[in-house]
Design a protein around this ligand. Structure first.
Ligand code: G
Ligand code: G
Ligand code: MN
Ligand code: NA
Length: 253
């Protein structure tokens, strides 16, 4: 079987699950989760998203798969609101193929209606690559999503090859600074200066700023002191199954 056919089969057989990685504020309080696809195949074993997402994008399967992730994540997040007294956000990755597919905005609208999730609790993560040419369908979809009240984040911020002009022209709410910028902030002065400048830029533009891949207390403290709003990484937890995420919400203080 070709890899592409394995992906098709896995979608058909319901072998995908959604896991949730916690996001905390600078005080360490849980404020949301990022939904991350997981695939454990009986033949291939655990297949990482970096292996199957590009294939799913190429063969178009990312559209139904992404729709399913969105539905699962919104359903889970709607459940968190009743137990947490509201306010736990959900972030969902959206590939450029999905964003520019003709009925994406309709799918988001219907998913919110069907699950009862408040739009401002849904955050869609877009990569900079989607904004390279920011006329066109991407920009139009982003404006429509903004009108719905949904939040938009730039994922892997700093790694794309796009110009920064989209930060002025498009309705972005949050920057998720790529983990490659976090790795060396404790030991490299230049690394620290760079991430502090990125945080400062975000704040100046009145965007929320999140740092990804935070693994140590020293990194957390540097980011907090620099004014970073939100933290995501192994320091809190890797992505966990839905039942465990629900448990974290239930014990939230
Ligand atoms: O933890 P991790 O290995 O899950 O994620 C690897 C990459 O796969 C990340 O870049 C992440 O954005 C991407 N990814 C994970 N889940 C999804 C998903 O549901 N949709 C899309 N488009 N990308 C995803
Ligand atoms: O690209 P995106 O940010 O959507 O995907 C998140 C990816 O980063 C996932 O593969 C996830 O497992 C991984 N990840 C999350 N937290 C950490 C961390 O603290 N350290 C490292 N090395 N990877 C992380
Ligand atoms: Mn992401
Ligand atoms: Na990232």
């Amino acid at each position: 079987l070709q890899f592409e056919d394995r992906v098709r089969l896995a979608v058909h057989d319901g072998l995908f699950t959604v896991h949730y990685q916690p996001i905390v504020n600078s005080e360490g309080t849980l404020i949301g989760f990022e939904a991350l696809l997981r695939w454990t195949d009986p033949v291939l074993g655990v297949v990482p998203p970096n292996a199957f997402i590009p294939v799913a994008e190429r063969c178009g399967l990312i559209v139904p798969l992404g729709k399913w992730v969105l539905e699962q994540a919104c359903l889970e997040a709607a459940g968190w609101q009743s137990s947490a007294g509201g306010g736990v956000k959900i972030s969902v990755n959206v590939s450029p193929v999905q964003l520019t597919s003709p009925d994406f905005v309709t799918i988001v609208t219907e998913t919110l209606a069907n699950t009862g999730l408040r739009p401002e609790l849904l955050d869609l993560e877009l990569t900079e690559s989607v904004l390279v040419e920011h006329g066109g369908r991407s920009a139009e979809a982003m404006q429509q999503l903004r009108a719905l009240g949904v939040r938009l984040s730039i994922d892997d911020f700093g790694t794309g090859y796009s110009s920064l002009s989209y930060l002025r022209d498009l309705p972005v709410h949050r920057l998720k600074i790529d983990r490659s910028f976090v790795r060396d902030i404790v030991h490299s002065e230049a690394g620290r200066a760079l991430i502090e400048s990125m945080i400062e830029m975000g704040r100046t533009l009145k965007l929320q700023v999140l740092a990804e891949g935070v693994e140590t207390a020293e990194q957390f403290e540097i980011l907090r002191a620099a004014g970073c709003d939100e933290i995501q990484g192994f320091i809190t937890s890797k992505a966990i199954p839905a039942a465990q995420a629900q448990g974290m919400v239930d014990h939230r203080r």
